[in-house]
Ligand binder design. Structure first.
Ligand SMILES: [Zn+2]
Length: 221
């Protein structure tokens, strides 16, 4: 299984996306992450569109995501293993973490630029990876991408939660609940599978770890 995270194992988020501060645009356009394992994996399947040096970003690699045409930037690298035009996948080690450019310590600055590929036109990389946009320690093993197609009798429509929401182990409010943070994405496997506690329940699957459970119909947005 793979993840949308460019690091593997235990890693730390050391600076959040869009934190206000002393950046050229006034906010942090990516997310900073550090890890004992220095290997940097591509966070998507796609094509290397650029590699090079920038006084701020240091050694950097840009990969264009096949799926949505957005640009994934991997910065401050000590080593670049790929070259322009090369095809990469989530299992490709594309570079080695470093502290080149404007950096105070070894870390990866990972940012996702929208189709414009312009500075400060970004998507939230934490949302893409399925992790909280919050300083803390995480383990990539908890954010494996579930197979969204197996066992899926419906369209597998994906929803992005806009607030903290409980997924239930059974279709009732009395069942054990797991809190999912805002920006968690999920597939609706089947709508209206049960009636309980005065609600209609849908069966859903969390994208990042493949966990299945039940949520109150139309109440998970
Ligand atoms: Zn950064």
């Amino acid at each position: 299984m793979a993840t949308n995270i460019p690091l593997t194992g235990v890693f730390r988020v050391t600076c959040e996306f869009k934190k206000k501060g002393n950046w050229a645009c006034g906010w942090h356009t990516g997310i900073d992450m550090a890890c004992d394992n220095d290997k940097i994996y591509s966070s998507c399947d796609g094509e290397v569109t650029r590699t090079g040096w920038d006084d701020s970003y240091g050694n950097f690699i840009v990969v264009k995501n096949d799926t949505d045409g957005k640009y994934h930037w991997f910065c401050h690298l000590s080593k670049i293993n790929v070259s322009k035009g090369q095809r990469v996948s989530r299992t490709s080690v594309i570079g080695i973490m470093g502290s080149t450019g404007n950096s105070t310590g070894k870390h990866l600055h990972f940012e996702i630029r929208n189709e414009s590929n312009k500075y400060a036109d970004n998507s939230n990389p934490a949302e893409y990876m399925g992790i909280p946009n919050k300083i803390g320690e995480y383990n990539s093993a908890n954010y494996q991408i579930g197979n969204s197609n197996s066992n899926n009798s419906s369209t597998g429509e994906m929803k992005t939660l806009s607030r903290n929401t409980n997924l239930r182990s059974e279709p009732t409010t009395k069942a054990s609940a797991v809190l999912y943070l805002a920006n968690t994405t999920l597939y609706v496997l089947q709508e209206g599978v049960a009636q309980a506690d005065g609600y209609t329940w849908d069966k859903v699957r969390i994208r990042v770890n493949g966990k299945e459970g039940y949520m109150i119909n139309k109440n998970y947005k």
